[in-house]
Design a protein around this ligand. Structure first.
Ligand SMILES: Nc1ncnc2c1ncn2[C@@H]1O[C@H](COP(=O)(O)OP(=O)(O)OP(=O)(O)O)[C@@H](O)[C@H]1O
Ligand SMILES: [Mg+2]
Length: 228
């Protein structure tokens, strides 16, 4: 089977004044279509940096990222944006919704960018799938945290991407709402055969994934079945 996502020898160092922080050291990871992978690691270990690199939002110093056999390093910025909006859905801890757009407009946006026909019809369906048919015209400031995250999930899923990258999607929510949101993400990904890469601090959530990898001292190690 061809991997859906392949990271080869990813290295990333941040420079802040005199200080150098070597966050990722020679990271390799292969993810198969439909697989669900959890990334665990202490705060500051580089999980969000790694996820941003997978999404092509940040660039490694060395190494390659292939998604659907497309090398993200060799495509232009414009093509990269189009590629990302079609193939990769991203859910962030802080939702990252557009403040001045309604729920419906936020979810339609990726399709507008792709010039898809009937974006708002598809966005309504996506909002229905996350249980928000009655909040279409609300702005993010008029929605609860859990509702904002549902909008963000609908937006991430709207283009039917093959891969969902989720960075602590329940980190900002109370326990019950967080569990609902995670249940929704797992359920939608399984129903649609989407690959899920989930950054989390929660070991119980990680256990629900097919595989867990741990980022520590810049190195990614596979968690064995005995440790799980
Ligand atoms: N733009 C940047 N400039 C300088 N240093 C950065 C930058 N972005 C991240 N870092 C540093 O890289 C390290 C990894 O950050 P990152 O956000 O990837 O960690 P994380 O594992 O996601 O942490 P958390 O669990 O707290 O979200 C941190 O020490 C951080 O200070
Ligand atoms: Mg982070």
């Amino acid at each position: 089977m061809q991997p859906l996502l392949q990271l080869k020898k990813i290295t990333k160092t941040f420079h802040q004044g005199e200080q150098c922080v070597e966050v990722l050291k020679n990271i390799n990871l292969s993810v198969n279509p439909g697989e669900q992978i959890a990334i665990l690691g202490q705060s500051g270990s580089g999980k969000s940096t790694l996820l941003s690199i997978m999404a092509g939002l940040d660039h490694p110093d060395l190494g390659t990222i292939e998604v659907n056999q497309e090398n993200l390093a060799t495509i232009s910025q414009n093509e990269l944006s189009r590629f990302r909006s079609k193939h990769i859905g991203i859910v962030f801890q802080q939702y990252h919704l557009m403040r001045h757009l309604t729920a419906l407009e936020n979810v339609s946006l990726p399709l507008e960018l792709q010039r898809t026909v009937e974006p708002s019809k598809k966005a309504r369906e996506a909002l229905h799938a996350v249980g928000l048919s009655n909040r279409l015209d609300h702005f993010p400031s008029q929605l609860s945290g859990g509702e904002c995250q549902r909008v963000a999930i609908a937006r991430a899923m709207i283009s039917e991407p093959s891969i969902i990258l989720a960075d602590e999607p329940s980190g900002n929510l109370d326990q019950k709402t967080g569990e609902e949101i995670m249940g929704l993400i797992f359920c939608l990904c399984r129903d649609r055969g989407q690959t899920l890469i989930l950054v989390t601090h929660n070991h119980d959530l990680a256990k629900k994934c097919d595989r867990t990898v741990i980022l520590s001292d810049g190195i990614l190690v596979e968690k064995s079945a005995q440790e799980a």
